[in-house]
Ligand binder design. Structure first.
Ligand code: UN1
Length: 509
């Protein structure tokens, strides 16, 4: 099955070089092999770029921008429409590859490709709506308006956990806005990126679009640092840890470049005494164990009202007993492995920290052993009762560890929800209108995403995605997030016979 998928996306052919659109530029770069966390098997290898190849790719992207930005936006939209159509055809194969290389369930792998298709549709509509406003001038016979122009080269640094969808939010919107893209995927998921490029370049070839409009460079944080410092890259959009985001932000600020950051979350669901507990259970369990707790929107904390605490915790325990961990390509399993053995070490370390700080496990964690788990990347989803101020609770651990905290009053619950360095996603489960509205008000959740009677993860592409504080402040995907990929220009036109100055200034000579 996999062989034919690798062949379909020409993955074996590209081993020898960096992928710069259609051309494969030979590179003496280091070879990187992708191993599946599902079964520990080697999938295929690809090459890191070296500095010369990197420079050649960026120079080529700069040239490609000159052509691409001259293509009318609706025509660019038509190219994106065709990418969406091809993704529909390839959904099954790409979804499987995502699931096998990253380790998320097949259903989630397919869901990820669906997000790509949806963002293509969104971008097509946007291609006729990249509009600015018109203002009234204070001067007679003058017209004032604003318009949006593309930025140039957009560098996209993406994470392993959503190896293709988050890239597509950035790339499809950036390209429809008239930019060209350079993508550095996570070195943990290089092959799904290769597959995406294959799909894009097929469409480009058919339409005579220069391959340099969409580029792939494989590499680790050194390549990320080249990008962050590169004045030829007009915007860096980076998704990943807060540590990575801070380093990128500093380097980009040093050259006064533009940055769009989507970093860590530490997302909580408040479960009110007026919650529908059965609905809350689905939201909480999916949020905590879906994608093995490796979404930036994963539910890390449950803040539960004391009146329903015991009842809800017993429901949680019984749900956790029914969870099936195993090969994510088998539909019966709820969750697959963590991305690699380092992630398992982090998870085990976090468990130690929780215990050291006084946390009490009500569902025990640990590594899973046995034939089914031979890759060494499978762990048990676990639950601990903690205090919100534990150092470990304040951090994002990318694993299925769920924290429980009790509360008495909603104001206290909101304060707990906000009292972490991150601000991505948040939720309240309540049937009480007053509680829901308070949670959504300016006195409520301080996150970029705040939901009522929905968990913290699984945002739709139509909204702006991102968060506050250490989450980085960027917004991607839907709504007017496209504006981050364009530069605003204010234009004033004088169609009169004289030149009055603004602010009433007279300048006669
Ligand atoms: C991420 O984890 O980086 O809201 C993105 C969600 C997905 C996107 C997550 N639609 O969970």
């Amino acid at each position: 099955m996999l062989e034919s998928i690798l062949e379909e996306f020409s993955i074996k052919e590209t081993n020898a070089g960096a992928h710069n659109g259609r051309q494969t530029i030979p590179t003496p770069g280091e070879l990187i092999t992708s191993f599946s966390p599902v079964d520990g098997q080697e999938i295929a290898s690809t090459c890191f770029v070296n500095k010369d190849t990197y420079d050649a790719i960026i120079a080529n992207a700069v040239l490609a921008f000159q052509e691409w930005n001259a293509v009318p936006a609706p025509k660019r939209g038509d190219i994106i429409r065709q990418i969406g159509a091809l993704l529909r055809e390839e959904k099954e194969s790409l979804g499987k590859l995502v699931s096998y290389e990253m380790g998320k369930s097949l259903q989630e792998g397919l869901g990820e490709v669906q997000e790509m298709i949806d963002i293509c549709d969104f971008a097509v509509g946007l291609s006729r709506q990249l509009h600015g406003s018109t203002m009234h001038s204070e001067r007679a016979n003058h017209r004032m308006y604003e318009q949006w122009h593309p930025l140039g080269v957009v560098g996209i640094i993406s994470a392993f956990n959503f190896p293709v969808a988050v890239w597509s939010w950035n790339a499809m919107i950036a390209m429809v806005c008239g930019n060209v893209c350079v993508w550095k995927p996570s070195e943990k998921t290089p092959l799904t990126a290769q597959a995406c490029l294959h799909i894009i370049q097929k469409v480009f070839e058919k339409n005579n679009v220069r391959p340099g409009v969409c580029n792939l460079i494989q590499g680790d944080k050194e390549v990320g640092a080249w990008m962050a410092a590169d004045t030829r890259i007009n915007l860096i959009s980076a998704t990943g840890s807060t540590k990575m985001g801070k380093a990128v932000n500093l380097a980009v600020a040093n050259r006064l470049g533009k940055c769009l950051l989507e970093l860590g979350g530490n997302n909580a669901i408040i479960i009110s005494k007026d919650a529908d507990l059965n609905m809350s259970l689905i939201g909480a369990v999916f949020g905590a164990v879906g994608t093995a707790g490796q979404r930036c929107t994963s539910t890390r904390r449950l803040i539960i009202h004391e009146d329903v605490y015991d009842d809800f915790v017993s429901k949680l325990k019984s749900a956790y007993q029914q969870l099936k961990v195993g090969n994510p390509l088998e539909a019966e399993n709820h969750l697959g492995p963590l991305i690699d053995k380092d992630a398992v070490i982090n998870y085990l370390h976090a468990i130690e920290e929780i215990k050291k700080e006084g946390g009490k496990f009500i569902v025990e964690g640990g590594e899973l052993e046995g034939n089914k788990y031979a890759s060494g990347c499978y762990v048990k989803p676990c639950i601990a009762e903690v205090e919100n101020n534990y150092a470990i609770v304040q951090k994002e651990t990318f694993a299925p560890i769920l924290y429980l905290i009790r509360y008495k009053k909603l104001e206290e619950a909101i304060a707990l929800q906000n009292d972490v360095p991150q601000g991505l996603s948040s939720a309240i489960m309540t049937l009480n209108l007053r509680e829901a509205e308070l949670f959504l008000s300016a006195k409520g959740a301080d996150c970029g995403i705040a939901n009522v009677n929905i968990g913290t993860s699984g945002a739709e592409i139509g909204g702006a995605f991102g968060g506050e504080k250490e989450t980085g402040g960027g917004r991607e995907s839907g709504s007017d997030a496209w504006k981050s990929y364009m530069r605003r220009q204010t234009n004033t036109i004088n169609y009169g016979n004289n030149l009055p100055l603004a602010q009433g200034i007279k300048f006669d000579f």
